[in-house]
Ligand binder design. Structure first.
Ligand code: ASP
Length: 583
């Protein structure tokens, strides 16, 4: 070993020992004949002292060290007179006697400090340097801790870690596939897994009973800030279980991980139906850290000759505590907020519930004090509150109210990242309308089973069928999805037909799993957690998955460090049997 200790471990107990350390030159300071160097490695920082009065040659050599030089230093541990109690090694320093430059460094393109001067782009291009910074480094080490806690729990519960292939055929999870051309089978392609869904189900057919894998998944989706084309899941499946068994098993896992990594006790998780989540929070991943629930005012706002509300399919409101004094400018701002194209509401109506019990609203022309009092009761607003009402098409208005609620939660400081409020959302719909084709598609994925009492709706109202599907939600972020699966060939065929697959398509795409279901497939179900998000939420309380991936892609799906995606040569294309078009 080139070193006897790390830069994070020496303390007063080591005083007068001769040690050798290796690391990077983090900072250099000169004071008279002394040169102080902060030597850094993964474990911490240790101060080195070079005394030119005692050893001129050594002192000169130390002065020439640049930032990020990799060095090896041998010397004696001494007690510091000027102690730094903020770091574990802050009570000692090393009186250097020997200095070896293991490798010089160019000046890094940005400072490797907690608060760096490097912008996003620069840091991504030099990600290997960015990873030397405490924040990103600690995130990755914590990610490792989370993975370890997950494995510890699942191993303890008898789950077997089994790898599934990456070069497969499409597994539908609602995204596009990344494809890989086959050289030996020209003109044919593999698809990268959007998830190991079908394989983990086949493992249940094989009898493995409890499977898990911390595994990469690939989805060619339109990119958003919190999305990565490749990401990691904690993918799990169990046989001979009902929904309740799965919920308890993975509630246990989440609690174990929080306890191990953050020393936080989560308590029993509340549960909410999908229908209630939409009704009271306006979306299927409610942030439970604060109230401000949605109230349905459709029944009380109609009949006063105000066309906007008279014609509305739905009118819903939230009561914002203590915001009755909002100025015109502030309410205008909120109106603009809900009218943004991504939200799409037509407008916003407000009612100020003034301290003296009277009301002031943006619709005073149409509604009396008495009317507004009824609104306030329906919205559970108190004196001092601001009622915000959005009307229109049910789904659009609810979405707008949901966004508005989160925005107001932010403004009022109700979304504290150190508060954790997880829950299960249950009874998702089985099918939803595809906006583009108008046909039905699987809400979760087509292997999800449904509630037998809803079977009747297949013919009459497919949108009403409730699935045996559940999500784990934390502070407004969906951390996992799962379901009890179909394990019967006939039912699986019925589902494929419901989402518009022809017999032939079903046969070419899914005969393997349909066949498997005819050889004693056990009842089974499972779940997959988005591992990057899970880490980000547990460790930082925020959703910032890029900071928890060693080498992530940017918002355009590029890795600017290795510069990919990139073109390949004509020769390579030809070898792969892919036609070349020249423009
Ligand atoms: N395969 C699903 C997904 O990736 C999760 C599951 O149903 O287990 O969302």
């Amino acid at each position: 070993m080139l070193r006897t200790h790390t830069c994070g471990e020496l303390t007063l107990t080591n005083v007068s020992q001769a040690v050798t350390l290796c690391g990077w030159v983090h900072r250099t300071r000169e004071m008279g004949g002394l040169t102080f160097i902060d030597l850094r490695d993964r474990y911490g920082i240790t101060q080195l002292v070079f005394n030119s009065d005692l050893d001129k040659v050594l002192g000169e050599k130390a002065k020439k060290l640049g930032r990020e030089y990799v060095i090896q230093v041998t010397g004696k541990v001494v007690e510091r007179s000027n102690k730094n109690l903020k770091i574990p090694t802050g009570e000692i320093e090393i009186m250097a006697a020997v200095l070896e430059v293991l490798n010089p460094s160019k000046v890094p393109p940005f400072t490797l400090e907690d608060d760096t001067d490097g912008g996003d782009e620069l840091r991504m291009k030099y990600r290997y340097l960015d990873l030397r910074r405490n924040m990103v480094k600690n995130n990755l080490l914590n990610r490792h801790k989370v993975a370890r806690a997950v494995r510890e729990y699942l191993d303890g519960q008898g789950f077997a870690d089994i790898e599934t292939p990456f070069l497969i055929k499409s597994t539908p999870e609602g995204a596009r596939d990344f494809v890989v051309p086959s050289r030996v089978n020209k003109g044919e392609f593999y698809a990268l897994p959007q998830s190991p869904q079908t394989f983990k189900q086949l493992l249940m057919v094989s009898g493995f009973d409890r499977y898990y894998q911390i595994v990469r998944c690939f989805r060619d989706e339109d990119l958003r800030a919190d999305r990565q084309p490749e990401f990691t899941q904690i993918d799990c499946e169990m046989a001979f279980v009902e929904q309740e068994d799965v919920l308890q098993m993975f509630e246990g896992m989440v609690k174990h991980v929080f306890q191990k990594v953050r020393n936080i006790e989560l308590g029993t998780l509340p549960r909410m139906t999908y229908a209630d989540a939409l009704k009271y929070y306006g979306n299927d991943k409610p942030d439970m850290r604060f109230g401000m629930l949605l109230h349905d005012l459709t029944g009380v706002v109609k009949g006063n000759g105000f066309k906007v509300l008279d014609d509305a399919e739905y009118a819903g409101a939230i009561a914002v505590p203590g915001a009755a004094e909002y100025t015109r400018k502030q309410t205008d701002e909120l109106t603009e907020f809900v009218k943004r194209p991504q939200i799409g509401a037509k407008g916003l109506i407000y009612v100020k519930c003034l301290a003296d019990g009277t009301f002031k609203s943006s619709v005073d022309k149409f509604y009396t004090e008495e009317d507004l009092k009824i609104w306030a009761e329906a919205a559970e607003a108190k004196a001092g509150d601001l009622i915000l009402l959005v009307s229109g098409e049910l789904t659009v208005a609810r979405r707008a109210l949901s966004e508005l609620r989160l925005e107001m939660g932010d403004r009022l400081g109700l979304r504290n990242k150190d508060v954790y409020k997880p829950l299960w959302v249950l009874d998702f719909p089985l099918l939803e309308k595809d906006k583009d084709s108008g046909g039905w598609m699987a809400c979760h994925h087509p292997f999800t089973s449904w509630k037998s009492e809803d079977e009747q709706y297949f013919e009459t109202a497919p949108g009403k069928i409730r699935a045996n599907a559940y999500d784990f939600v934390l502070n407004g972020v969906e951390l996992s999805s799962g379901s009890i699966r179909i394990h019967d060939r006939k039912k699986q065929e019925k589902m494929f037909a419901a989402i518009g697959l022809t017999k032939e398509e079903t046969e070419t795409k899914f005969s393997f799993i349909l066949n498997a279901f005819e050889y004693g497939a056990p009842p089974h179900g499972g779940v997959a957690f988005g591992f990057d998000r899970f880490c980000s939420m547990i460790v930082s309380g925020q959703e910032n998955i890029r900071d928890f991936i060693a080498f992530p892609k940017n918002n355009a799906g590029r890795d600017t460090m290795i510069d990919t995606p990139s073109s390949i040569s004509d020769a390579q294309l030809k070898e792969l049997g892919i036609g070349i078009e020249h423009h």
